[in-house]
Design a protein around this ligand. Structure first.
Ligand code: ZN
Length: 381
């Protein structure tokens, strides 16, 4: 299945040399051109009106409602996954007993200069009083909801790819990059692919997970509730899961003094990761489909494939279906080593990023849109 889709993506648009007439326009190129930097930025900005969108708060629930309204306006029929989140008791020992393997989370080998990372929990570190007030309501345990919408396939509606980002954040900022950038990317793909003149053979589900920051609880609830329904009328069979988490910031490794470059590095890339320990060897193949799509269709930044996908909503899927993540950097060896100084910090604000940053997110959107269009057989009416 995947191999067929892969060869289709690589060869599907080659025109015969003897064609008399103009070659038919490439529908994938047309779709990718419907993505737009200003629209992507506006969607990120729209999400930041709800502050850090911390799970279990009114601002998080308002953000879910806002996202759903946007998806509906794109012509993408929505539904919600419902679950209950009760935080586990605090672990007095701290840590999870990972042991000192010398490896980064996800299994990669750390290299070079590392700076400390962590989660800001101090409201007073947010200098903007208005934003501080917006983020002030604490989280409470209880019922949770996450929204998704579905583009139904024409010839194989019973099979689907799941495309995700998480809409909750932490750290007393605006969660603009983590993960407004991934959420906006998924919403933009829904806008383009649910346009009335676009047809796909297979279905696509656009999922905006909640409770990622507490331990992937929204994605775990989805897997638990809907995995057994696959193949029934309620749930198409899963073909793959593609997650987007922190898409904007690739300024390079910290310098010896712990500072970072002020602007996007010219070598910035989209990091596509699969998990080498997953049960699905096809996840690697899926990653390369995305790399090929990037090379063909992304306008500015290349993509790199890595084998240490970790710590995001694709993890609950990785032993059930081929799963990959797209990010600004490798999660374990780079973000984990301090390459993103705004990560879970009060500085994760819309205003922190410039167009070169947003353009990296746009290029990830181009990459996923092109790959998905190939995998699902997208055409224009
Ligand atoms: Zn995240």
């Amino acid at each position: 299945m995947l191999a067929i889709a892969l060869s289709g993506l690589m060869t599907g648009t080659v025109q015969p040399a003897f064609a008399q007439s103009e070659p038919a326009p490439d529908p994938v190129k047309t779709l990718v051109e419907r993505l737009d930097l200003e629209k992507y930025k506006a969607t990120v900005k729209g999400l930041t009106q709800f502050g850090d969108r911390r799970q279990g708060t009114d601002r998080n629930r308002a953000a879910v409602d806002w996202i759903e309204a946007q998806l509906k306006s794109y012509g993408c029929p929505t539904d919600r996954i419902k679950y209950v989140y009760d935080p586990p008791p605090a672990n007095p020992g701290g840590g999870r007993g990972r042991g000192n393997t010398g490896l980064a989370q996800g299994g990669g080998k750390p290299r070079g200069i590392r700076t400390p990372t962590g989660v800001n929990t101090d409201p007073m570190k947010q200098p903007d009083e208005k934003l501080r007030a917006l983020n002030m309501q604490p989280t409470t345990p209880g019922p949770r909801e996450a929204v998704y919408c579905t583009k139904v396939g024409t010839t194989h509606p019973e099979e689907m790819y799941i495309v995700g980002g998480h809409m909750d954040g932490i750290g007393w900022g605006e969660a603009a990059n983590d993960d407004g950038s991934g959420t906006a990317l998924v919403m933009e793909l829904a806008r383009v692919l649910c346009s009335a003149d676009v047809r796909t053979d297979r279905s696509i589900r656009f999922a905006l997970w909640n409770n990622e920051e507490t331990g992937l609880n929204g994605a775990r609830a989805y897997v638990e509730q809907r995995r057994p329904l696959q193949g029934s009328k309620q749930e198409p069979k899963w073909l793959g899961m593609i997650q987007h988490d922190m898409m904007l910031f690739d300024h390079g490794m910290p310098r010896a003094d712990g500072t970072l470059a002020a602007t996007q590095r010219p070598e910035a890339d989209v990091n596509i990761e699969f998990q080498t320990s997953s049960k699905f060897a096809q996840a690697q193949q899926l990653a390369w489909v995305f790399q090929v799509a990037n090379e063909k269709y992304a306008t500015d930044y290349p993509a790199s494939v890595g084998s240490h996908m970790t710590n995001t909503d694709s993890a609950p899927f990785q032993d059930l279906v081929p799963a990959i993540s797209l990010r600004e950097n490798e999660r374990g060896t780079q973000i984990g080593a301090g390459w993103d100084p705004n990560w879970h910090q009060p500085t994760d604000l819309y205003a922190t990023y410039d167009d070169a940053d947003f353009r990296l997110g746009l290029n990830a959107a181009q990459t996923t849109l092109a790959a998905l269009a190939g995998l699902t057989g997208a055409t224009l009416k």
